[in-house]
Write a protein that binds this ligand. Structure first.
Ligand code: 164
Ligand code: MG
Length: 369
């Protein structure tokens, strides 16, 4: 593979609805879009999932731009890449910065699949022709507001409802959801809002038949999660704690979780995501694909990854129209009765909408070898 040039674009898109979690509220989504064009004019596309503030993890849009411009892009130009699996090896000596690495690696994977004339799903070894998806709902002003939103998405057929919890917005909320929706597939994401001191309080959630509690404790912990999992009947799912297949191996060995949420950006790219997938398949740990409020480009990568066989549980990949007045791909991602048809076109299988991308672009820069 030879790269003619790499374009970084900083985009700003306004979410249809503010998204509130235990660590803050998002109304606008700023992110870096990566385009890698080859000498035949074919472009591969990737998306960084870093936010503007280091509240979910330590990376931001600005740190990503710096690491891509000053370290990762020069490494990509250093010598030809024969297969996308080589990208993570070439980046390996650069510590952390998983989201920056993932955005570039994702664009290489998309370009590779397009050059091979196959879908990204097929290039990754995916087998599914459609995937089941759920939806993640932020913290609302009132429980009544939350119940109305849940009712809307259950009616639309989403296969799983994920709600956010935090101290003061947890047991009572889940109890009222269960009273109205006794049998839906329901999970709660705490985004590290609790400590082991809350163990007995969190154990009250065992009464509500949750699929899982996602990341209840610190974003960089697997020890205390093991102690909590031993106390809870409800499976713990790790999100923020897992950056690599090594993290996953240790967490599984310690009993820190029974489910893992893979976010391509959090683990440094699709090659590492595949390694985690294969380990979890071997160990009997079900996976699902987490979301980061992506545009259609990142959403397309999530769809492709979710076609791998151990992505057993519905993930966060909801329809474009749930997030954006106008997404940056066409067609947009559509969900029908909780399912997405996997595109079989080359690469990510969705066309970037260049006009819309330009409209949302705050600034861009082209890098040449
Ligand atoms: O709809 C989506 O893309 C998922 C949104 C979502 O739940 C999250 C996005 C980003 C960080 C967190 O707030 C949270 C998560 O931890 O999964
Ligand atoms: Mg999460």
């Amino acid at each position: 593979m030879e790269f003619k040039h790499i374009t970084l674009r900083h985009l700003k898109m306004r979410l249809k609805h503010p998204f509130t979690t235990s660590f803050g509220t998002q109304q606008d989504k700023e992110f870096i879009l990566v385009e890698i064009k080859n000498k035949d004019g074919i472009s591969g596309w990737g998306e960084s999932v870093a936010f503007t503030e280091p509240l979910y993890k330590e990376e931001t849009v600005k740190t990503n731009w710096h690491i891509m411009e000053d370290f990762l892009i020069p490494l990509l130009f250093k010598e030809p890449i024969n297969h996308p699996d080589e990208v993570s090896q070439r980046f390996a000596h650069i510590k952390g910065n998983y989201m920056a690495k993932s955005a570039l690696e994702g664009a290489v994977w998309d370009l590779y699949a397009k050059e091979q004339g196959i879908s990204l799903a097929k290039a990754l070894g995916g087998e599914k022709e459609k995937i089941e998806v759920g939806i993640s709902i932020g913290i609302q002003k009132s429980i009544d507001d939350l119940l109305k939103i849940i009712d809307q998405y259950v009616t639309e057929g989403y296969k799983r409802i994920k709600v956010k919890i935090k101290p003061g917005w947890d047991v009572q909320v889940i109890q009222q959801i269960r009273e109205k929706f006794p049998s839906i597939q329901l999970m709660a994401d705490a985004n590290s809002a609790y400590t082991l001191d809350d163990m007995d309080h969190l154990a009250k959630l065992d009464d509500f038949n949750l699929m899982m509690i996602e990341q209840p404790l610190a974003h960089d912990d697997i020890i205390d999660h093991a102690a909590l999992q031993a106390r809870l009947k409800t499976p713990i799912c790790l999100d923020e704690s897992i950056h690599s297949v090594e993290d996953a191996r240790k967490a599984i060995q310690l009993g820190s979780c029974k489910i893992i949420n893979i976010k391509i950006g959090r683990v440094g790219g699709l090659t590492e995501a595949k390694k985690i997938h294969d380990l979890c398949k071997e160990k009997g740990i079900p996976l699902w694909c987490g979301g980061m409020l992506e545009s259609g480009i990142g959403r397309a990568h999530n769809i492709a990854l979710t076609t791998l066989p151990n992505f057993i549980l519905p993930g966060d990949t909801a329809a474009s129209s749930r997030y954006w007045e106008q997404d940056i791909i066409h067609p947009e991602v559509e969900v029908n009765n909780g399912e997405i048809l996997v595109p079989d076109g080359p690469g990510i299988g969705f066309e970037p909408n260049l006009e819309q991308i330009e409209e949302y672009t705050l600034y861009s820069k082209i890098f040449r070898p």
